[in-house]
Design a protein around this ligand. Structure first.
Ligand SMILES: NC(=O)c1ccc[n+]([C@@H]2O[C@H](COP(=O)([O-])OP(=O)(O)OC[C@H]3O[C@@H](n4cnc5c(N)ncnc54)[C@H](O)[C@@H]3O)[C@@H](O)[C@H]2O)c1
Length: 329
């Protein structure tokens, strides 16, 4: 099987090349460019393309891939909201993904963001480097004995719930399905969660029903001085309403690994550019907001697991028995 790998970073090539000798039937060519309608024609002659979380797999791209005879989309990520599923189905394309590679990687990053905004680490790091050892503006609060509200208790939400439990927090959660393994978690309604949590962490997927879940109405229901963390998908939060809430001093802190405008930024060095009309720039102007660029998954363990599962997905497809649990239907 020949795979064309789009949007390659050196760490992708390193981890996939490390795993590849275990899959002698698979060849990979790596491209730096991401997939789009203009770059999809390069996939002619390949059996599969390998794409990532912000790749453009809309109808126009899939039309080209279909024309090139590509039948397999290998997503080296969990999310697939960037794929036009109706078109993929129409063309009989198989989509295999990596549903869970290291939930702890993302959950640990969510807690890192929560701790950082709580204890103002982004400010203290800069202050101390400038010989300013004053504590003014750095006061935080104990998470111990406070309430953590987890929205979505799947793999990552469960890992975050366990971390919060380990911190001595009361853990409450909202999910459409309850996770029976989390016997220390109290499931509540969304309104109760919003009203009682000192830390709210989002771990549900982005779907029509969760789009702009956090908006001016839900923000109004939150406790004052809450910490809000989003490591899930940008579209869960209506950014304009978040900005209004921050300006109204609703939040103690906000930590975002994902945000609505992230697509052109994710994994790119844009440090020489002037970002015009950017709501991201507005968010970054607030002293109690920390933004990271979709790095929740980015640990050695997670990258190894992603490479291993993606190659095993490819091999399973070639054997005619695609890994059932990893199929996007
Ligand atoms: N920042 C990163 O690097 C990164 C990496 C991987 C995944 N993610 C994001 O994390 C999300 C969660 O991943 P996961 O592996 O835990 O997924 P999962 O499928 O294991 O869990 C998702 C949970 O959300 C629940 N849910 C669905 N609709 C809901 C709703 N309306 N309200 C509340 N809960 C709802 C589901 O019942 C499920 O329990 C993914 O969808 C992805 O967007 C981010």
């Amino acid at each position: 099987m020949k795979i064309l790998f789009y949007d390659t970073k050196t760490y992708d090539k390193d981890t996939f090349d490390h795993e590849l000798p275990r899959y002698p039937g698979i060849e990979i060519d790596y491209l730096k460019t991401d997939i789009s309608p203009r770059t999809a024609p390069l996939a002619r002659g390949y059996d599969a393309v390998c794409a990532f979380v912000s790749s453009d797999l809309g109808k126009a791209t899939l039309d080209v891939l279909h024309d090139c005879g590509v039948k397999l989309l290998l997503m080296r990520c969990a999310g697939f909201n960037n794929i036009d599923l109706d078109t993929a189905k129409e063309y009989g394309m198989t989509i295999l993904r990596v549903p869970g590679y290291s939930p702890e990687a993302v959950a640990e990053h969510a807690m890192a963001l929560a701790l950082a905004v709580n204890r103002h680490l982004h400010k203290s790091y800069i202050k101390v480097r400038e010989n300013n050892f004053s504590l003014m503006g750095l006061m935080g609060f104990n998470f111990h004995k406070k309430t953590a509200g987890i929205i979505g208790t799947g793999k990552i939400g469960a890992a975050m719930a366990k971390i919060c439990h380990g911190f001595g927090m009361k853990v409450i959660a909202y999910d459409v399905y309850q996770n029976p393994a989390l016997d220390f978690v109290t499931y509540v309604t969304m309104d109760e969660l919003l009203a009682s949590s000192d830390l709210i962490s989002l771990h549900c997927p982005l779907m029509d029903s969760t789009y702009h879940l956090i908006n001016k109405d839900t923000i109004a229901k939150m406790k004052d001085d809450v910490i809000l963390i989003n490591t899930s998908r940008g579209g869960l939060i209506k950014t304009d309403d978040l900005i209004l809430g921050i300006r109204a001093h609703k939040f103690f802190g906000v930590g975002l690994d994902v945000y609505e405008e992230e697509t052109p930024n994710v994994f790119e060095d844009r440090s020489d550019e002037i970002l015009e009309h950017s709501t991201t720039a507005r968010l970054l102007s607030f002293p109690n907001v920390i933004i990271t660029s979709h790095q929740g998954f980015f640990t050695e363990e997670a990258l190894e697991a992603i490479a291993e599962t993606t190659l095993s997905n490819a091999a399973s497809y070639e054997a005619g028995t695609p890994n059932e649990g990893n199929l996007v239907k």
